[in-house]
Design a protein around this ligand. Structure first.
Ligand code: HEM
Length: 311
C-alpha cells in the first residue's frame, strides 16, 4: 500500500465525525446587560416626621412602559425584522416589569421589552395637587427595516387645577424610505393623566398606575391617534428625608442576537464551547478534503502499479 493511501485513510478516520456530536456542558455566560441587576422587590417604608415641601422635594422616580404594543412592535418585531433594539441611557433603565411574553418566553427576540424607570431630576412642589416633577433618561427604539429610530427622553409630570400632563422630548429619526418625516418635539405634551387623590405620607408622594391617554398623535407620525390609551405610569416624588421605594428589578440579562428574523430557521446559539476547550489546531473541513484527495491519490498509485499477470 502506498504512503498516500495509508495517510489518507488515517486522516479520514480521524476527521470523520462520529455519530455523537460533540457537546459541551459549559456555557459562555450570557452577556450581562449594562443595567445594574437588583432582585429586591419594590417596598415602601416610612420616615415619620418627614414632610414633603418645596425645599426638600429632591427624590423619586417614574416607571412607565410608554405603550406595551409599541414595545412589542419593536422588541419582538414583525417577520423579517433584523437589527431591532431597545436601549435605555442617561438615567433610564429597562426593568423586568410587564415584559412582553410569547409562548411563555419573556423577551422572545432577546430584546428587553420591560417598562422603563426614569431617575429623578428636579421638582417644583407646592402641594400634592400642584407640582412639577422632572425625570431623566432616554429610551431609544430602533427598527431599521422600518426605517426609524424613536427617542423618548426626560419625561416630566405636571399637575394643577385637577388636571395632569406627562411631557417628554420625542425625536423621530427616519431614514429614506420611511413613510413619515423625521420629527423633533422637545417637551411635547404627550399624555393626559388622571391624577389620583393622593397625599404625601412621611415625605413620599406616590401616584400608582395613573391612567394615561395620548395627546399628541404628531409625536408618533400619526401611527397612534390622540386619545389612544398608553401604559399607566407610576410616579414618586419624595423629600430628601423620606424613604423611597426600592427600584424595580432590571431586565434579565439579554443575549444579543445578530439576527432576529423570524424567517431564520436556525435557532440562535445560546451555548458555545468555552475557548479553552482542547483544540487540534486543524481546520476540520479542510482536513477532511485533504484526506479524501490523499486517499484517491493512493488509490490511483495502487491501480497504476497493478499489472494483471499474463498467462
Ligand atoms: C417612520 C417609520 C415608522 C414608524 C414611526 C412606525 C411606527 C409604527 C407604530 C407606532 C406602530 C403601532 C405599533 C403598535 O403599537 O401596535 C406601527 C405598526 C406597524 N407598522 Fe410601522 N412604523 C414605521 C414604518 C413602517 C414601515 C416602513 C412598515 C412596513 C414595511 C411598517 C409596518 C407596520 C405594521 C405592519 C404595523 C402593524 C404591526 C402590528 O399590528 O403588529 N411600519 N408602526
Amino acid at each position: 500500500m502506498s504512503v498516500s493511501l495509508v495517510t489518507g485513510a488515517m486522516l479520514l478516520a480521524v476527521l470523520t465525525p462520529t455519530s455523537a456530536p460533540v457537546t459541551t456542558t459549559t456555557a459562555t455566560p450570557p452577556v450581562q446587560s449594562v443595567r445594574e441587576t437588583t432582585t429586591t422587590p419594590s417596598t415602601t417604608t416610612s420616615a415619620p416626621g418627614c414632610d414633603l415641601n418645596q425645599a426638600n422635594a429632591r427624590k423619586g422616580d417614574l416607571v412607565w412602559g410608554f405603550k406595551k404594543s409599541f414595545r412589542q412592535y419593536v422588541g419582538v418585531g414583525l417577520a423579517g425584522a433584523t437589527g431591532n433594539s431597545i436601549t435605555a441611557t442617561n438615567g433610564a433603565t429597562i426593568t423586568a416589569l410587564d415584559e412582553v411574553v410569547r409562548d411563555g418566553v419573556p423577551n422572545p427576540a432577546g430584546i428587553p421589552t420591560g417598562a422603563y424607570r426614569f431617575t429623578f431630576d428636579s421638582a417644583d412642589y407646592t402641594s400634592p395637587t400642584r407640582f412639577t416633577s422632572r425625570y431623566r433618561g432616554t429610551v431609544a427604539f430602533s427598527y431599521p427595516a422600518h426605517f426609524f429610530t424613536l427617542l423618548l427622553s426626560d419625561p416630566w409630570v405636571t399637575t394643577a387645577n385637577g388636571t395632569a400632563t406627562l411631557h417628554a422630548d420625542i425625536e423621530l429619526k427616519a431614514t429614506p424610505g420611511a413613510p413619515a418625516q423625521p420629527a423633533n418635539l422637545p417637551d411635547v405634551a404627550l399624555a393626559r393623566l388622571t391624577p389620583p387623590a393622593a397625599t404625601a405620607v412621611n415625605g413620599l408622594l406616590t401616584w400608582p398606575d395613573v391612567p394615561a391617554t395620548l395627546t399628541s398623535s404628531e409625536a408618533f407620525a400619526g401611527f397612534y391617534q390622540a386619545g389612544a390609551p398608553l401604559d399607566p405610569p407610576t410616579m414618586t416624588l419624595a423629600a430628601d428625608c423620606a424613604t423611597t421605594p426600592t427600584a424595580p428589578p432590571t431586565a434579565n440579562p439579554v443575549i444579543p442576537t445578530a439576527t432576529t428574523s423570524t424567517e431564520n430557521l436556525i435557532p440562535v446559539a445560546r451555548f458555545r464551547p468555552t475557548p479553552d476547550l482542547a483544540s487540534t489546531g486543524v481546520d476540520a473541513e479542510h482536513g477532511l478534503w485533504a484526506g479524501v484527495v490523499l486517499l484517491l491519490a493512493g488509490l490511483a498509485l495502487v491501480l497504476a502499479a497493478y499489472r494483471p499477470r499474463r498467462t
